[in-house]
Ligand binder design. Structure first.
Ligand SMILES: [Zn+2]
Length: 203
């Protein structure tokens, strides 16, 4: 079963994550700060509409394609996706919170990338060497983007091209199967020196 994806807009959440949030202003006059923020939030909410339409058109295909290329079945039934207007902080994995940008295709790449992180088993999400994990996630992102005709010329992720270094064709074999084959290779070769084993276990 693929998870139900829903874009959520929350003004209090936006408020506390906003670049200009100030506890001092809040303590002085909370009502005034909230009123000002609500006006700004209304404008922000409207500015996300085109992206929301583009996302909603693809919100069933995206998780299906991620699962197809990763080979890992979704564990989540429902994933809310919060859009937040902030520039200074990174996007947040849980609750899934995306730094909003106006260009639709880079935003679609970002949401596919972050959802792919959530599709991988937990030990593959964060415990492995970060660079390798990012390569896996970006490889799936690229394959999903090709299926959905998303422009990849201006990706929001740094190192987006490093995924190609893997040289893995996910149309032939899922990420899970590539991963299992690498593990089998490692455990069958008992004569490898320890440093190599360690390196391969990380991978
Ligand atoms: Zn990532």
């Amino acid at each position: 079963m693929i998870p139900q994806l829903e874009i959520r807009m929350s003004w209090p959440y936006n408020h506390i994550l906003a670049d200009d949030f100030s506890y001092d202003d809040y303590r002085k006059d909370a009502d005034k700060v909230i009123e000002k923020h609500k006006i700004n939030f209304g404008k922000f909410d409207r500015s996300t509409r085109l992206f929301q339409i583009a996302f909603n058109k693809n919100k069933i295909r995206i998780p299906k394609l991620i699962e197809k290329y990763s080979g890992f079945v979704w564990r989540q039934k429902y994933i809310p996706i919060y859009l937040v207007k902030m520039t200074q902080k990174p996007s947040i994995a849980d609750p899934l919170t995306l730094k909003f940008r106006d260009e639709i295709d880079p935003m679609l790449l970002l949401v596919i990338h972050e959802l792919t992180h959530l599709n991988l088993p937990e030990k593959m999400q964060f415990e492995v060497n970060n660079r390798i994990c990012e390569q896996w996630v970006n490889l799936i992102t690229r394959n999903v983007a090709i299926n959905l005709n998303i422009d990849m010329s201006n990706p929001p992720m740094r190192n987006f091209d490093q995924a190609l270094e893997l040289g893995w064709d996910l149309k032939k074999k899922t990420l899970k199967n590539f991963f299992n084959d690498t593990r089998k290779q490692n455990s069958s070769d008992l004569n490898k020196p320890p440093s190599v084993k360690l390196h391969l276990r990380d991978a």
